[in-house]
Write a protein that binds this ligand. Structure first.
Ligand code: ADP
Ligand code: MG
Length: 240
């Protein structure tokens, strides 16, 4: 792991716990399944971004993790590809099951972007996903949820509507992602997040991945509440 150390220095990667897996330099080192590699090859990407490089081996260990990373660094695939691997390792969805992977995001735009990547990369493994956000008609969202999808990407308010109306449930969620946690808290979503996490955190084998561009006290305290013994990786510096 000697070069692991120098690689982290080169890319300004800081890790905060011991026994962290070393970053991967090449896609093939990540031990993704064939379908992920196929998708990566098709995407034309040449090498992992620093957060992918360090985040993938962490996430693939099945442990909780915190990633403090600015916008534009390739976070989506950092949690999405390990999420696809996770889905592949779970029993199939049965009638009435809710999603296995739940991704919470602050805005409609962001949810749609994540859904686009999820649809593209998930298609290789026939993993279904949908996004659920406010300000749009509920019909198609309800239809997707009821049909069954392994991955749900949602803004907090609309997801609560769907849960309360019984269109989905979070009993099978074993891979939970909070994307742009600082922005969700800035937008006042804390009560909704608390409510959702209370329902999504019932399985002891749940893995939670927590992402933020900044690390103020509220963001940290939410992480403390819901993460267990997480890996923590910071790309760049915390004083933005
Ligand atoms: P973030 O969530 O950190 O803001 P995104 O996941 O939206 O970043 O990625 C930003 C852009 O970089 C997207 O267009 C994405 O397709 C692209 N991207 C992701 N991973 C790589 C990679 N390994 N090499 C090149 N481009 C990448
Ligand atoms: Mg993002």
């Amino acid at each position: 792991s000697c070069w692991g150390y120098s690689y982290r220095g080169l890319w300004d990667i800081t890790v905060e716990v011991r026994d962290v897996p070393k970053p991967v330099r090449y896609f093939r080192e990540a031990n993704f399944l064939d379908y992920c590699m196929q998708a990566i090859t098709k995407s034309g990407f040449v090498e992992p971004t620093p957060i992918q490089s360090q985040g993938w081996p962490m996430a693939l260990k099945g442990r909780d993790m915190i990633g403090i990373v600015q916008i534009g660094y390739g976070k989506t695939l950092s949690y999405l590809l390990p999420g696809l691997v996770h889905v592949g390792a779970q029993p199939r969805l049965e009638q009435g099951d809710g999603p296995i992977v739940l991704i919470l995001a602050p805005t409609r735009e962001l949810s749609v972007q994540i859904q686009e990547e999820s649809a593209k990369f998930g298609s290789y493994s026939r993993t279904r996903s949908t996004c659920i956000y406010g300000g749009a008609s509920k019909g198609p969202q309800i239809r997707d949820l009821r049909r069954g999808v392994e991955i749900v990407i949602a803004t907090p308010g609309r997801l609560i509507d769907m849960l309360e109306a019984g269109h989905t449930n979070l009993r099978r969620v074993t891979y939970l992602v909070l994307d742009e946690a600082d922005r969700m808290l800035d937008m006042g979503f804390e009560p909704q997040i608390q409510k959702i996490l209370a329902q999504a955190c019932i399985r002891p084998d749940r893995q939670t991945l927590y992402w933020s561009a900044t690390w103020p006290r509220e963001v940290e305290s939410l992480a403390r509440q819901f993460l267990q013994n997480p890996y923590k990786v910071i790309i760049g510096s915390l004083d933005l």
